[in-house]
Write a protein that binds this ligand. Structure first.
Ligand code: TYM
Length: 350
């Protein structure tokens, strides 16, 4: 089957949306609107895979769902031209995930590093949902037969699993797929990860070897999209660095994770390459560079924070965007599910 190019990606409503989410994912979501039909999903079903103490309970989940939606829109995603919705409103995600549960192999899931990290030492006590998380993610993407998936580097392994699931489904049901008129036997595309830009892995401001993350206890480790200008300035000034001046060549960043991270953040925010940043700041003191970084960070993030604040103050409006997006998503999803059920052999009303 010739697949129309389509973009899908998701963000979990688990609080503390940060600069890593913005630069690693959302900035690219915005760009792709110019060239593709895009579907951006607030993955509330993924958000409940850890303990309720982690995701915060029903009121917090609803609040965070609206906040991620607001971040999408404040960053420049157009919910009229493209689709923005929350996952739980489209039943096909869970339905297709069940079919994929029977395609994916336990051995594949056992290799997932994110599960190992999130489950920690007490694996017996992790939820089945956390273990199954990547299968639901494959269902998210393939329910829309999406061909391209913009994500940060930490999602690469999950994307490979999505491709494996798509391929095994196409193989396992090949005869049935051809029997239903898809001559090349390709029911699902093999989705391609789009991991692009100078900040595909933004690191903690306190430790350049650790990823910037929503769950890190120290708030100083990350810049949140809702931080005000003073907080941003303080966090950047406190960010860990080393005693050397910045190098003039990118090679000089290789053994300096904190410097590399800050240069990458600047490059991504300014929309230039790391080499260009070093051309301007190489050889100079960190303090000067940090001042410039504070400026560019505030210039980019402050308008987004202000617009997010405005949007979340009107939850009815945000919810309407999600309902409208879900209605349009469901039309595509239902078509895939009808065809998938026929291919599997599930009887349905015609
Ligand atoms: P989540 O909510 O953890 O992260 C959302 C996006 O932000 C990226 N990201 C980062 N990028 C650069 N540096 C960082 N420090 C950083 N931290 C997070 C993530 O790579 C992601 O792109 N599993 C997904 C959600 C999901 C999904 C999907 C994504 C569910 N279904 C289908 C794509 C397609 C996740 O954990 O997102």
């Amino acid at each position: 089957m010739a697949f129309v190019e389509r973009v899908f990606s998701g963000v979990q409503p688990t609080g503390n949306l940060h600069l890593g989410n913005y630069l690693g994912a959302i900035v690219n979501f915005v760009k792709l609107q110019e060239t593709h039909n895009c579907i951006y999903c607030v993955v509330d079903m993924h958000a409940i895979t850890q303990g309720v103490d982690v995701w915060g309970g029903p009121a917090e989940l609803a609040r965070n769902t609206r906040e991620v939606t607001a971040a999408f829109i404040a960053s420049g995603i157009d919910p009229k031209k493209h689709i923005v919705f929350n996952q739980s409103q489209v039943a096909g995600h869970a339905e297709l995930a069940w079919i994929f549960n029977c395609v994916a192999r336990i051995g594949w899931l056992n290799r997932m590093t994110q599960f190992k990290e999130k489950a920690g030492k007490d694996r017996e006590n992790a939820s089945v949902g956390l273990y199954d998380y990547p299968v639901l993610m494959a269902a998210d993407i393939l329910l829309y037969r999406a061909t391209h998936v913009p994500v940060g580097e930490d999602q690469k392994q999950h994307l490979e699993l999505s491709r494996d699931i798509a391929q095994k489904f196409n193989n396992d049901f090949g005869d049935s797929i051809r029997g239903h008129g898809i001559a090349d036997g390709l029911f699902f595309p093999l989705p391609e990860p789009l991991i692009t830009g100078p900040a595909t892995r933004v690191m903690s401001l306190r430790d350049g070897t650790k990823k910037m993350s929503k769950s890190e206890p120290s708030d100083n480790s990350r810049i949140n999209l809702t931080d005000d200008a003073d907080t941003i300035a303080q966090k950047i000034r406190k960010a860990k660095t080393d005693p050397e001046p910045l190098p003039s060549e990118e090679k000089g960043l290789e053994t300096r994770p904190e410097a590399d991270n800050l240069v990458g953040i600047y490059a991504a925010l300014a929309g230039i390459g790391k080499q260009e940043v070093l051309k301007e700041f190489g050889g100079g003191q960190f303090s000067n560079f940090k001042n410039a970084l504070v400026d560019v960070c505030i210039a980019k993030l402050s308008p987004i924070a202000a617009e997010m604040k405005r949007l979340v103050a009107d939850p009815g409006h945000v919810d309407q965007i999600l309902v409208d997006g879900a209605n349009r998503a469901r039309t595509i999803a239902d078509e895939t599910m009808r065809a998938a059920k026929d291919v599997v052999g599930f009887i349905r009303q015609r």
